[in-house]
Design a protein around this ligand. Structure first.
Ligand code: NOJ
Length: 590
């Protein structure tokens, strides 16, 4: 890979490249009215907290009116706020409060599907209504093949064999219409028909409405699913020879996003982040997020699929090589054009320290190491609420403790069909994989419900909040929280900020089984990051660098170490050194 010059790299400066994003899952952040559900006034109460932490952008998960089949990702009205969360006035106050503190706000845009309670869908159930064609209606198959369910008329099977991402067929039969509608997610989340220009008009107008209110951009939910394959759009009943993953990056995807860009985003300096399902090739990614693409950056799933099996309760072993390879692909793939999003957790993923670190003996060290990784790869870093205090997975013990449709639906189906006999047989896997791990309430202090609510929390509070909580973390200057603060300063407000944001990434010793090391370079400025992903000491070295400099002749100034700046970290021989368990260091090479 060729190193570009400082000027080339800095040419594409953007505020959202230099920002740190903090994600708030409002249901679990802070409850002010005692109903056990977090709310917008609860976020307002914590504005100073966010400011103290030093974040630049808040990504707010959906707060729109919703029957909550999928916790707000099933929207019944795009332009009003869910009662449980507050009012539009609360939301305006939140936006002002953030902007007063120089923090930007991006909203979730969920336009692959609506709720079945959205008035468009209610009207769509009348085949003569203008709204009928807002959704995807198809005849069932009369050749039922091996299908044995009775979700529609006895002599019909769903239009094709696609499985919904939440388990079961991706089609639901509607008796009034006498046809099936497509729902790639839950039955209560019918997919919108983006082929219909009226749908696009409505969505673009709605986006304008929020932008006019002053928001700073959108996080776009499963955005590369909007364009459905020809097998569905051009046939009724659909051709039954396609897999559901053919909905990823469908034939008109680029066109739809270009249209969105040209009509809504182009003349504004806003941030557009697309969540992209599937394993994407770099050419497609660059079409989306390259200099000429419609979006600023994307979320891919490569690294978060490593430890998942086919079913929600199945797990896979991952190795450091797997993790590094998946990041390398994107670091190099978008090095010249495009921009990465660096995340290890969000509301759909288990807690990062339980997954990629060690949430037991080395919780502090490994949470700090993972933070170091997030802040030093090339791309915009994301913090999901609670990561800054090292929150862990929850010790789920029964199916009743789960709230998430993605966990509950497939487990119920499998228990009913006999595919699994007892919950206990899959408990371990669910504890590892379930999205509910991320959704347990934010741990503010050691009081009964961790300071989250005075009422009955909608989902269990992790019992470890007596130790792991914001109050304790802020009081301890060596805590994970303060480490995040330090990384924030280094990235945003130091003389190595530019190299941390814009510098080239180059991996060293790419096959080391425990240690991941890399150099970030911008002009003459170089940083070395070295991370030990192991519970034991690991030996490593800095190889003679192939291009312009020899690290052995350089001085390494320690900038950050999660064990503190002791002699082992400051006095290092680049040709051979050892890292302690889960040790992370950043050096400046001169
Ligand atoms: C991705 C969202 O992040 C997830 O929470 C949701 O269930 C699906 N999209 C469907 O909207």
């Amino acid at each position: 890979m060729t190193a570009s010059t400082t000027d080339e790299q800095l040419l594409d400066r953007a505020w959202w490249k230099e920002s740190v994003i903090y994600q708030i899952y409002p249901r679990s952040f802070n409850d002010t009215d005692g109903d056990g559900v977090g709310d917008i006034p609860g976020i307002i109460e914590k504005l100073d907290y966010l400011d103290d932490l030093g974040v630049d952008i808040i990504w707010l998960n959906p707060v729109y009116e919703s029957p909550n089949a999928d916790n707000g990702y099933d929207i019944a009205d795009y332009q009003s706020i869910m009662d449980e969360f507050g009012t539009i006035d609360d939301w305006e106050e939140l936006l002002d409060g953030l902007h007063d503190r120089d923090i930007k706000l991006i909203m979730d845009l969920v336009v692959n599907h609506t709720s079945d309670e959205h008035e468009w869908f209610v009207d769509a159930r009348d085949p003569d209504s203008d709204y009928h064609d807002y959704y995807i209606w198809k005849q069932g198959r009369t050749d039922v093949g091996g299908f044995t369910g009775h979700l529609g008329p006895e002599d019909e099977a769903p239009p094709n064999e696609w499985e919904s991402f939440f388990g079961g067929p991706a089609w639901a039969y509607d008796e009034d219409v006498g046809k099936w509608y497509l729902h790639l997610f839950d039955e209560k989340q019918p997919d919108l028909n983006w082929e219909n220009p009226d749908v696009r008009d409505e969505i673009f107008e709605m986006m304008e409405w929020w932008l006019e209110k002053g928001i700073d951009g959108f996080r776009m939910d499963v955005i590369n699913l909007l364009s459905k394959p020809d097998s569905v759009t051009k046939h009724d009943p659909p051709r039954n020879d396609t897999e559901v993953w053919e909905t990823f990056d469908g034939p008109r995807m680029q066109e739809f996003l270009d249209e969105m860009h040209d009509r809504v985003l182009a003349d504004r300096d806003v941030f557009a982040l697309g969540e992209m399902m599937g394993r994407m090739d770099m050419e497609t990614a660059i079409d989306y997020v390259g200099r000429d693409g419609p979006l600023s950056t994307l979320f891919h799933f490569d690294h978060v699929l490593l430890d998942h099996g086919g079913e929600i309760w199945e797990t896979n072993e991952w190795t450091l090589n797997d993790l590094r390879d998946s990041f390398n692909r994107w670091q190099y793939g978008l090095a010249e054009d495009g921009w990465n999003s660096i995340y290890l957790s969000n509301h759909d993923q288990p807690r990062l320290v339980s997954r990629f670190g060690n949430d037991d003996e080395y919780r502090e060290a490994s949470a700090k190491l993972l933070a170091t990784l997030i802040f030093t790869l090339r791309g915009t870093p994301y913090i999901f609420q609670g990561a800054e205090i090292g929150m862990t997975n929850y010790p789920f013990d029964s199916l009743e403790e789960f709230r998430d449709v993605e966990t509950i639906n497939p487990v119920r189906n499998a228990l009913e069909s006999g595919e699994i006999e007892h919950f206990d047989d899959i408990k371990h896997g669910l504890r590892h994989n379930s999205r509910d791990n991320a959704r347990t309430p934010m741990q503010w202090d050691d009081s009964e419900n961790a300071g989250f609510t005075d009422g009955e929390p909608w989902i269990g509070v992790n019992p470890n909040h007596d130790e792991i909580n914001v109050e304790a973390a802020r009081a301890d200057k060596d805590s994970i929280w303060h480490y995040y603060r330090d990384l924030m300063d280094l990235r945003k407000d130091s003389d190595v900020s530019d190299v941390l944001v814009y510098g080239d990434y180059e991996v060293l010793i790419n096959d080391h089984e425990e240690v991941w090391s890399y150099v970030r370079t911008l002009g003459g400025e170089r940083l070395l990051v070295t991370l030990n992903f192991a519970e034991f000491e690991s030996h490593t070295w800095i190889p003679e660098y192939e291009v312009e400099f020899n690290p052995h002749e350089m001085e390494a100034e320690l900038l950050v170490c999660n064990y503190g700046a002791d002699e082992r970290a400051t006095d290092v021989d680049a040709a051979a050194f050892d890292l302690r368990p889960w040790e992370a260091r950043i050096y400046r090479l001169r």
